[in-house]
Write a protein that binds this ligand. Structure first.
Ligand code: AMP
Ligand code: MG
Length: 367
């Protein structure tokens, strides 16, 4: 499924300070060392980087540079390894995740991110068609975040190129009486994507270990059997979620979980914008402000939940969310990467079907 581009490239020895994209190219290049070669000026199709001492001349290079960059460096950075204890404070909510990104500078990172997003959106349309035609797997995207972190905008942008028939979005609010009359996973299980589809949960069963943990009085609405609501109660919920997700994965659903990590400061800016900009007034909810007051408790609940439920089969990604272009690019990239990894192919048309097509064509032509 990987597309390869042949680009004549002039590459030099890449040291630690080399922008990661070139480092990645080097790893994938077929090169020969040519110590006498002089770096060339950038001209069409030639990329030249000047590094002292050693110069490698690359005749051709087979890469999909942006995807490679994402696969190997960024996704790894964002994915929470199973069992890892995390502190959200350690995760940059801006754009400086790696030394390479810092070296590139914000403007360059933003420009690359936007170009990558545009390209990925086009690729996603194709990938989603393949997912649909193959009709074996489905993708479940789980988006969790504090208010105003950009869940809605991410859905709108990332899915903008995808055929609406192949995509199902569900937003989960406070549970209804009917929903409360069932186990906590019931309403989510009913909304899972069909094979061949991409399903998005805008909030999910994770709310049942987040908002419900921060406000335990909500639990009382759920008519649960009596019992303690301590640590082991929440551990059991995490266990249930892990088992549920494992069941999904075993049955062909790829589960991708994203925590959009917005900072307290950026949330304030966005909420103020909703108050001050008449065109955004409708987005403001007093509840957002009330929940903001519980920021620390939410962060703790997220840290525990992510630690307990980032598994090999359904890992969490902590996505920097202070810049919308960054959030959207990363989610789109991880989604495209997940579909490409399935290595799907359009179903082959067998001899019998070909004969039937031939007959049908003849019939139509003779009308
Ligand atoms: P929003 O997505 O901002 O429109 O708000 C939806 C609201 O529903 C949020 O305040 C969530 O915390 C709340 N919510 C979502 N799921 C649950 C749940 N399982 N139990 C209680 N509240 C929930
Ligand atoms: Mg809200």
């Amino acid at each position: 499924m990987r597309k390869e581009e042949q680009i004549p490239v002039m590459l030099t020895q890449c040291d630690q300070d080399c922008p990661f994209i070139f480092r990645r190219m080097r790893l994938r290049a077929r090169w020969m060392v040519s110590p006498s070669a002089k770096p060339q000026a950038i001209s069409s199709g030639i990329i030249s980087i000047t590094i002292p001492n050693k110069i490698m001349l690359v005749n051709s290079i087979a890469i999909h540079e942006n995807r490679a960059m994402l696969e190997h460096d960024i996704i790894k950075q964002l994915r929470v390894p199973p069992g890892e204890k995390i502190r959200l404070k350690d995760y940059d909510s801006g754009w400086r995740q790696t030394k390479e990104l810092r070296l590139l500078g914000k403007d360059e990172v933003k420009a690359r991110a936007k170009a990558f997003l545009d390209k990925t959106i086009i690729e996603l349309a194709e990938a989603q068609e393949l997912l649909f035609a193959d009709d074996t797997y489905s993708i479940l995207i789980i988006l969790q975040a504090m208010d105003a972190a950009g869940k809605d905008g991410t859905i709108k942008h990332v899915m903008s190129g995808v055929n609406p028939q192949g995509c199902q979005v569900f937003s989960f609010k406070k549970p209804s009486t009917e929903e409360l009359n069932h186990n906590f996973l019931w309403r989510y299980a009913r909304s899972l994507p069909e094979r061949g589809r991409i399903g998005i949960f805008n909030r999910s069963y994770y709310e049942d270990v987040l908002v419900v943990k921060v406000h335990p009085e909500i639990l009382e609405l759920g008519k649960l059997p009596p019992g303690k609501r301590g640590k082991s109660f929440w551990q059991e919920r995490y266990d249930d979620i892990n088992a549920f997700e494992q069941h999904l994965v075993r049955n062909g659903t790829i589960v991708l979980k994203f925590f959009l990590n917005v900072s307290l400061k950026e949330q304030k800016r966005r909420l103020l914008e909703r108050l001050e900009n008449p065109a955004k007034n409708w987005k403001f909810s007093a509840a957002d402000l009330a929940e903001r007051a519980y920021w620390e408790q939410y962060m703790e609940a997220y840290e525990s939940a992510i630690h307990a439920t980032s598994t090999e089969w359904a890992p969490w990604h902590i996505i920097p969310a202070d810049h919308k272009w960054g959030t959207r690019t990363l989610v789109a990239g991880i989604l495209a990467h997940a579909i490409h990894r399935l290595d799907l192919k359009f179903p082959e048309v067998g001899a019998e079907k070909k004969q039937a097509l031939h007959e049908a064509k003849k019939e139509l032509e003779q009308e």
